[in-house]
Design a protein around this ligand. Structure first.
Ligand SMILES: Cc1cc2nc3c(=O)[nH]c(=O)nc-3n(C[C@H](O)[C@H](O)[C@H](O)COP(=O)(O)OP(=O)(O)OC[C@H]3O[C@@H](n4cnc5c(N)ncnc54)[C@H](O)[C@@H]3O)c2cc1C
Length: 469
């Protein structure tokens, strides 16, 4: 609970119109894509770094938690105010400060929607490649905090590869600028890298300088259908082995394909056991050549059909289908245990085989799809959590999947972060020594533990464990 002094302090800092204590508003900011809900005591919509600095200073003095929030589209509960306190929403901070066409950079505020930034820079033939499937609603601040990836990460890398510098308010309220506006820069520790992916636990991003690249001239979108998931996975390995690097190499298994077909009305083939959605981009001649190689590799891996999208309309249709995958899975079961595991690409076939075995062993449906080209599969254990037997089987299946992934030299999260939901499994991947170093960094920057507590290290509540769809 916030004291009356704190409440009036927040109103004084941000202006009464930008603070809410109403139950309806608090409810709207109490959940994210996990579906779990934790009520904050206030939601504040600051206008800039100065206000955030004052709020954080007050939080340290008065001892209340502050949770930064972008669009609330995170899958691991990062923006859930698990300890109550203040939700700091960046939705008023949406300025696209500058697009520098001479130096290929953009300066943006954290509340800018990723897809909006992409559209703006494309108008001047520049390209911001990170494109989480949520790009239509997730924010640059949230993407930076989670180091978001997405389908194009295979060729272009993830958010961290495009962040040159940040303006950040530290948990104790100091405003600092990290990194550079130049292409290179090695003065001091790389604080920018530390902050990207820190899940809003080490500072609040209030401005970002982003690297842009030239917009690729042409793009070719292909669809390949396979009788079995394993064939599609070996085609992925074959494409990479052929030294062609598509911008997108997305794998969709039969269970996911049926759901999304049902949901969108698009039917690919009732006989398909898996589908690959592939995009090559670059100079036109090279794109054509790459598409030919990709088609050949797919055919060698038993593809029953491989074809190019006929026109822009079909490309849009295919991406609509891809974006509808996650919500469409609710047709299988009401609760989705959504895990974004990654293995070295060469281990992809072993991963999908192992996941199929786990589904059989635990008696649960597992729908897999994702950015297979970089070894990142979204493994969705579908259960009805109101059935205790199914809920238990789902939990065990998730543990098995994590064990399998780590055993294959992989990681338990490629892009969704640890947040609340994966905090109990941190020790599966990191050694106690490394966790201790990370905790000490957190304690140094946030000695009073006010910024986004309960994330990464200690799960305050397992209520935020899962997404419900
Ligand atoms: C349908 C769907 C598809 C998705 N696809 C992808 C995908 O392909 N790739 C991918 O990587 N993710 C994906 N996600 C997950 C999610 O969209 C990303 O993690 C995204 O980066 C979260 O952005 P957000 O603005 O919603 O942040 P939120 O969910 O609001 O917050 C996420 C974290 O960032 C912190 N945060 C937010 N703003 C700031 C700030 N200014 N400063 C410091 N910390 C901050 C929060 O405290 C929290 O810890 C998907 C989600 C959905 C629902």
């Amino acid at each position: 609970m916030l004291t009356r002094t704190v409440k009036s302090g927040l109103e004084k800092i941000a202006g009464p119109a930008n603070v809410s204590f109403s139950r309806e508003d608090l409810l709207c900011y109490s959940y994210d894509a996990t579906g779990a809900s934790h009520m904050p005591d206030a939601v504040v919509f600051p206008g800039g770094a100065g206000e955030i600095s004052l709020i954080l200073k007050m939080a340290n003095a008065e001892g209340f938690p502050v949770t930064p929030r972008g669009a609330g589209s995170g899958f691991t509960g990062g923006s859930l105010p698990v300890g109550g306190g203040v939700v700091l929403s960046t939705e008023r901070m949406t300025a696209l400060v500058e697009i520098d066409t001479a130096n290929f950079t953009a300066v943006v505020e954290p509340g800018v929607i990723t897809g909006d930034l992409q559209k703006e820079v494309e108008k001047v033939q520049l390209f911001y490649p990170p494109d989480p499937t949520s790009k239509g609603f997730s924010t640059i601040g949230g993407n930076i905090a989670e180091c978001a990836g997405g389908p194009r990460a295979l060729k272009y890398g993830v958010t961290r590869d495009y962040v040159l510098g940040l303006e950040v308010v530290l948990p104790t309220g100091e405003i600092v600028n990290t990194g550079t506006r130049t292409a290179k820069g090695v003065v001091g520790y790389d604080m920018t890298r530390l902050l990207v992916g820190s899940e809003g636990t080490l500072g609040v991003v209030t401005k970002a300088t982003l690297r842009l690249i030239p917009l690729p001239q042409s793009k070719k979108t292909l669809v390949a259908l396979f009788p079995r998931l394993e064939d599609a996975a070996s085609a992925v390995a074959g494409i990479i082995a052929s030294k062609v690097l598509p911008s997108t190499l997305e794998l969709i298994d039969a269970a996911s394909l049926r759901c999304v077909e049902d949901y969108t009305g698009t039917v690919f083939s009732n006989a398909a056991g898996a589908m690959l959605l592939i995009e090559a981009d670059g100079i036109e001649e090279a794109t054509e050549r790459e598409a030919e190689i990709i088609k050949k590799v797919c055919a060698e891996n038993r593809a029953t059909e491989v074809r190019s999208a006929r026109d822009g309309k079909e490309v849009d249709e295919l991406w609509k289908v891809r974006r509808a995958l996650s919500p469409s899975l609710s047709r299988l079961k009401p609760t989705k245990l959504n895990e974004d595991v990654v293995v070295p690409r060469s281990k992809l076939v072993e991963l999908v085989r192992g996941v199929e075995e786990i589904a059989k062993k635990r008696g649960v449906i597992i729908a897999s799809f994702g950015h297979a080209g970089d070894g990142n599969i979204h493994v969705n254990v579908m259960i009805d959590k109101s059935d205790p037997v199914e809920a238990e089987a789902g939990e065990r299946a998730v543990e098995d999947i994590f064990e399998l992934t780590v055993g294959l030299g992989g990681t338990i999260s490629g892009e969704h972060g640890v947040g609340v939901t994966k905090a109990p499994y941190l020790g599966m991947e990191l050694t106690p020594e490394l966790i201790d170093v990370m905790r000490r960094i957190k304690d140094t920057l946030d000695p009073n533990g006010i910024l986004n507590p309960g994330k990464i290290f200690n799960s305050i509540s397992t209520a935020g464990r899962r997404e419900e769809v």
